[in-house]
Design a protein around this ligand. Structure first.
Ligand SMILES: *Cc1c(COP(=O)(O)O)cnc(C)c1O
Length: 492
């Protein structure tokens, strides 16, 4: 499988080159040139371990990696750094299935891809005989930053620099980032929101002079954000794995359709589900669930993508995003392949903050249903699921759970998998408030202990280690200083 830029059909690269570059130099994103349905024998696939499933799927996407290289990456990533032996367990609660993707090192689903990305990147380096050091720039809405630093910490030949919105992440998320060890990890709070951070990172990627400057120091930029296909492709795996678990547990028959509800921010996770469907996974509806930053809900309803609105800080901060960068990939597929119209829309988005597709194009998004959950609905959902099933979910998962419920009358009655993207321990304040516990006088530690009394789930190492490691001082910078901060780091 090869990859081409969404903005230039002649710009074609191999999988390893796409992973090394992150973003295409024309500003576009790399997309697979073609995806063919796999022949799927569920009698065999239902017994696959996560590692076997990962190898099976990654072989499709990583055309210039050998199977031995893929196995090396998979086995390095999905090991006892995860606190559950199946890596991605499926829990039945309240009539649905929750696909728990938070058993990795940083207890959010970003670990599913960021634990393997360093292996993919160093292998891509070998394949291309690349001698340059890789400087990974990362904008984070809270979870990518920690997971990327954990994955790349002390990986030779790499530097990782993370930017998160000051005041825009949960207190546990921030502490996780500030306690990160590793000589090659760097983290900054920026005076702006996630969209500001992501835009500036993208602009720096496309800053030709800055790229030249790096080249002179034998370095190059790459990305740990989901604009890198090395982030997206490993996320396809768990959709197949979830389906295989449903078959194995006798919940469905092979080839039955299943719906997935995905709490969506940058549109990476749900795009991976879309690619899974293209590969032949029997998916009915893909439910795109948003919080109050409901740009995508509006788009699926009207065909208008409009970011000219207030940026709202919510209790599901990892989804506080107005410009979902991966949506460009879906738009590319919906337009049927490359067309200059896409460049025009992306320019309009950049200049005017919006764009619109035709009725005809909008009809091509029929794999998706979309809605959003308000803050109150999200809290209510945490409460309801707990009351009905004694199962505690985090606010992001609750958004997906609530939205699926809201759309119940609009979808066929397929079994429903709710993609559970974070451990409740990452957002104790919101979860306790949802369960009517007043946290005004509580410290983070008290909240965590109170939550433990409710969930009866032991603290994962990500939580116990928070108190064991000293936190670095928070460094707050204006957006205009991101470039200078990067320059200082790479000069060392
Ligand atoms: C990143 C994140 C999301 C959003 O995922 P996207 O791939 O950006 O759409 C949802 N929930 C949590 C907990 C996250 O960390």
């Amino acid at each position: 499988m090869l990859y081409k830029s969404t903005r230039n059909p002649d710009h074609i690269v191999t999988a390893s080159q796409a992973i090394l570059q992150g973003l295409a130099s024309d500003g576009g994103l790399y997309v697979p040139t073609e995806i063919h349905p796999l022949s799927l024998d569920w009698n065999e696939l239902q017994d696959f371990s996560y590692q076997q499933m990962a190898t099976f799927i990654l072989k499709e996407f990583l055309g210039d990696f050998t199977e031995t290289q893929i196995r090396y990456c998979v086995n390095g990533a999905y090991d006892d750094g995860f606190d559950h032996e199946t890596i991605a367990p499926l829990k039945k609660a309240d009539g649905h299935y929750y696909l728990e993707l938070f058993h990795g090192e940083t207890i959010a689903f970003k670990d599913m891809a960021l634990s393997i990305l360093p292996y993919l990147m160093t292998t891509a380096n070998d394949i291309n005989h690349n001698e340059k050091d890789i400087v990974i720039l990362t904008a984070t809405s809270g979870d990518t930053g920690k997971a990327a630093m954990a994955g790349f910490a002390d990986v030779p030949g790499t530097q990782i620099i993370v930017f998160y919105p000051h005041g825009g992440v949960s207190s546990i998320q921030e502490r996780q980032m500030l306690t990160q060890e590793g000589n090659n990890t760097h983290v900054f709070a920026i005076q702006g929101n996630f969209d500001d951070a992501q835009k500036q990172v993208k602009d720096l990627f496309n800053d030709q002079a800055f790229n030249e400057e790096l080249k002179e120091q034998n370095k190059q930029f790459s990305s740990a954000n989901s604009m890198n296909i090395g982030r997206l492709v490993p996320q396809v795996v768990y959709y197949f794995f979830a389906y295989a678990q449903l078959v194995k547990q006798g919940e469905i028959e092979p080839n039955d359709k299943v719906d997935f509800s995905v709490p969506t921010g940058n549109f990476g996770n749900i795009l991976a589900a879309y690619y899974a469907k293209q590969l032949g996974l029997p998916i009915g509806n893909l439910i795109c669930a948003s919080n109050d930053n409901n740009v995508l809900t509006e788009f699926f309803e009207t065909g208008i993508y409009n970011t000219n609105r207030e940026f709202i800080l919510t209790i599901s901060p990892s989804m506080d995003i107005l410009i979902s960068s991966n949506f460009e990939r879906l738009l590319y597929h919906a337009l049927g392949d490359y067309t200059p119209a896409l460049n025009a829309m992306m320019n309009h988005l950049k200049e005017k903050g919006s764009y619109q597709v035709t009725e005809e194009t909008l009809a091509n998004f029929s794999d998706f249903l979309a809605d959003f959950a308000t803050e109150e609905e999200t809290l209510q959902e945490i409460r309801d699921v707990y009351q009905n099933a004694q199962y505690v979910i985090d606010p992001h998962t609750a958004v997906a759970s609530k939205v699926a419920r809201k759309l119940a009358t609009q979808r066929e009655d397929y079994p429903l998998v709710i993609v559970s993207t974070a451990s409740p321990y990452k957002f104790p304040e919101a979860v306790l408030n949802a369960l009517n516990i007043n946290t005004d006088m509580m410290s983070d530690d008290e909240m965590l202990n109170a939550l433990k009394d409710i969930t009866h789930v032991d603290f994962p190492p990500a939580i116990t280690s928070l108190n064991e490691k000293p936190a670095n001082e928070r460094t707050i910078i204006p957006i205009e200083e991101m470039k200078a901060s990067i320059r200082r780091i790479i000069a060392n």
